[in-house]
Write a protein of this length. Structure first.
Length: 224
């Protein structure tokens, strides 16, 4: 805890004090580029990962980067998403899962969450992910199953996003786009879901452009 308090002091006296104009502008308004939905896992830093500055990412985090489908009890997730697109006019929504996800581990091995009834209930919103992994990928070893669960869960949560009226209407009118990403902590890579190939593919930079690395297309999708 001491480190955090020391950090507050360092932030105010060094970073904030040296960027007063920037923080003055931020105090007037926020105009974020994207809504970034990811896991609460402490190893993910969305701003570090994307090199976004304060004010550029509107962030929603919870265990397992879950988006409860519309029609369930209104919770923080739906309210946050609605605010992001209706009030802030955000045009891109990213759901970003990650390697070594404890929530996905718990989803696949319920023994790990036996003493956590709230986590267990929360992960009901990812049951579709579990069923898919168990039915299609039951022969894979545990780590491979975990990787698949991380990927499939991003897709399941993207589907849940589509159930929100505010999202569905804007998707229909092509006013917003939704994106599935998986961050691999071990390598620093981000895999992006490419619907044409139905796979998560790594991003590469080539000839001044970013695109997914099509040389990595495989069947079936078992990476990262
Ligand atoms: Zn996680």
């Amino acid at each position: 805890m001491f480190n955090l308090i020391a950090g507050l002091h360092q932030f105010k006296t060094e970073i904030h004090a040296n960027n007063e104009e920037f923080f003055d502008r931020l105090a007037q308004q926020q105009v974020p580029d994207a809504l970034f939905i990811t896991c609460s896992d402490s190893r993910i830093d969305p701003n570090l990962l994307t090199q976004a500055k304060p004010g550029e990412l509107f962030i929603l985090r919870n265990a397992g980067n879950i988006v409860p489908p519309h029609g369930n009890q209104i919770g923080g997730e739906e309210a946050t998403i609605e605010f992001a697109i209706v009030s802030l006019g955000i045009k891109d929504i990213i759901v970003c899962g990650h390697s070594q996800c404890g929530a996905m581990r718990g989803l696949l091995d319920t023994e790990l969450i036996r003493e956590m009834p709230a986590v267990s209930a929360w992960l009901d919103y990812a049951q579709q992910t579990k069923q898919l992994v168990l039915s299609k990928y039951h022969k894979l070893d545990h780590e491979a199953k975990l990787n698949i669960a991380v990927q499939e869960n991003v897709l399941v949560q993207l589907e849940h996003l589509r159930t929100y009226p505010s999202v569905a209407e804007r998707l229909e009118r092509n006013e917003i786009a939704i994106h599935g990403w998986v961050y691999k902590i071990e390598t620093g890579e981000v895999y992006i879901y490419e619907s044409d190939y139905q796979q998560f593919l790594p991003l590469i930079y080539e000839d001044g452009h970013y695109h997914v690395d099509l040389s990595k297309v495989i069947q079936p999708s078992i990476q990262p």
